[in-house]
Unconditional design. Sequence first.
Length: 163
Amino acid sequence: MATVSGDMAALRPLLDSVGLGLGAAGVREPCPRPAGPAEAAAAASMPERRRLEFLAGRRAARRALRAVGLDCGEIPRSGRLPVFPPGRAASISHSAGIAVAVACRPGRDLPLGCDLELRSLAREAARLVLRADEETLLADRSVTELFSAEEAAWKALAAAEGV
């Protein structure tokens, strides 16, 4: 984790210059507790691995929000989407026991979307991501890269539309 911390420290000035904050968390961190009753209720029905990643995602989001000067308590959800308090915008992703989040400074009206994919998707999974006329994109990118880009874009668009 020291390398990740060092890399994040190097990114902070760049992210800060554009009004963004980054947070990360791992499932092995001590005390993976929900920040409130809505998080506790959501986590209670999840299998352990999913619950730990869910809680790590919430911790990563709170860290990203703190990086732009905002406090945030619990982060409930609507369906599978996080619901942030008014004046706070962030996006969360997790994969293989690691969670990341990006947040924007107050007053910045940016659609945010992030996605983390640490497991490769087989080429056969392209049909889940691409239309037939888009398969030429696989010449320059992997299915995993294209899936991740699509997920990040979907999250940004969903947040912008208030879905």
